[in-house]
Design a protein around this ligand. Sequence first.
Ligand code: IVH
Length: 670
Amino acid sequence: MATTDPVAQRARALRAQLAEANHAYHVLDAPLIADETYDALLRELSDLEAAHPELADPESPTQRVGGVPSSDFPPYRHGVPMLSLANAFDDTDLRAFDARVEKLAGNRPGYVCELKIDGVASSLRYQNGMLRSAGTRGDGTVGEEVTPNVRGIADIPRRLKPPFPAKLDARGEIYLRKSAFAVLNAAREASGLTLYANPRNTAAGGLRQKDPSITAERKLSFFAYAVGAYEGSPLPPSQSGLLATLQQMGLRVNEHATACATIDDVLAFCRRWEEERTTLDYEIDGVVIKVNDLALQARLGYAGKDPRWAIAFKFRAQEARTKLREIDVNVSRSGKLNPYAVLEPVSIGGVTVKMATLHNEADILRKDIRAGDTVIVHRAGDVIPYVVGPVVELRPPDAKPYRLPQRCPVCGSPVDHPPGDVFAYCTNVACPAQRRERLRHWCSRGAMDIEGVGDALAAALVENGACRDVADLYALDEAALLTLPRMGERSARNVLREIAASRARGLARVLAALGIRYVGSQNAALLAGAFGTADALATATQEAMATTEGIGPQIAESVAFFFAQPQNRDVIERLRARGVDLTAPLQPKEAVGALAGKTFVLTGTLPSLSREEASALILGAGGKVASAVSKKTNYVVAGDEPGSKLAKAESLGVPIVGEVELRALLAVHF
Ligand code: IVH
């Protein structure tokens, strides 16, 4: 029925928007709006309905639990419904919850705080200790049956360890570790596929694959935190006892669950994890606070769909809304066009964000991000801020769909969009932007490490024509430098001295500095050690390169391609003619040096070493640098704002060192 009542209209609009967001999130696994935006809209609707009881509607999203099962999987009926939780957003909400519980209980209750894992709530049915079936939460009563897929999840035992009850529905969260998500996306990026949006949706999508082997490839994980239907000897009397029992039966339980005697302890736990969430290898979006005593839980019961004995504390957003002023493009040293968002500055988690990456044109079109849009921007830990998507209802009427420029924004040359590649490239190798980026890279710390030539000087040298390529650096003289703005004699002499010193860096640095695709300092050191001279490498076959330990066919192909280009050979010849050392000591098969045989992983920002520089030092001492932490890692070198690698290291017991210790380890070598 049409209505002109603005309140009823608003409620209807909110319901429609929430239903659409629900569908996108739970069925399509492609969220339309940020979780925090969803929560805010749901709260607005629920406040409206509370103030206007005549608007009540059993179909309203406020009356329903989360997801709606999609039809591709058999329905999975839960013996005991899987309910959701009311949310608390601040201390006041938590204290109010505590006061309510205390009043109903008649005395002060104890709590257990658990991390709120951002994954897919699921229920696993064990009969006589054997995994029989599994389903997602769905609408709380009926979910989707995903048994074959769940069997491929390493954390989920097919058989429980005795003693186990005759029947057990173990409940918990299926999720994707951040490290596994990064590996999946790196593989997708290398194959030119669009990247997955976030671990939660990738987990949900992975769980709902028709082919269980695809689910298995996603390397999902599981934490148990509750019990549904149950038959057997009595359960322990508390939530903390229940977690211990689940763990004894071989299910994985999150190790950070903590008993809290008072609400102040609960608040401290929430604050701590809001700060430290980025150190974990999985995403959490809050803390779940549960009354510890299970008998008291039963006595408190439910209010509507939410238990009175538990509440979810939701963390502040790592996202914010802001205006996207324009979409700009920069050109990398390989000519790749990288679109990025120029934003109205906005503070996210205490950091001002002015720019955010937009990945590539396909991604912008898929999300339909337009200049002028209000957008949601995400920033967390060590990820580069990125645009999650637009708030479509706030779009100005004249906003136009985005088109990547067909010509390079720097040099005007045509742009090449290779089929099957999500990226587009400037076709002009002489493009000033490419030249500038190549020169900057050549001089950077992990490469030739020419300290006097920073970003501004590199740009100026390309702009005034003094350096058409990196070999021209070694032909510069004082007169040429003095024509540059703000360059005095003294600094000119310093710059020349540093350029001259870089001649002796050797082949490994040269190879890393040339910016060959897939050749960073590690691969450069391997190739230099295996071939000894630039000539030997330039004339080697792809097959010969690929027999080098650590060098795969993709890298070999890229190196061979590089040396096949006449302009690259020309640069090498001119570097040689100008005295740049293009040789390296041939490495015996066994690495030597203070760090020989030791594998390092770097995370966070070190006080004085860049990531490239630290890598170069480790490699120089015979060590290896890996990108992911495993049992084989000898040290994790952690700096400021470390990523999930730190937590991984902690959980595996890998020693964690800082820059000071790293320097100490290296000093043995000097
Ligand atoms: S207890 C009635 N514990 O958060 C109690 N839930 O809205 C139900 N979640 O659907 C859940 N970590 O997907 C519980 N340690 C945890 C949790 C957790 C994540 C999710 C779960 C649930 C939602 C609550």
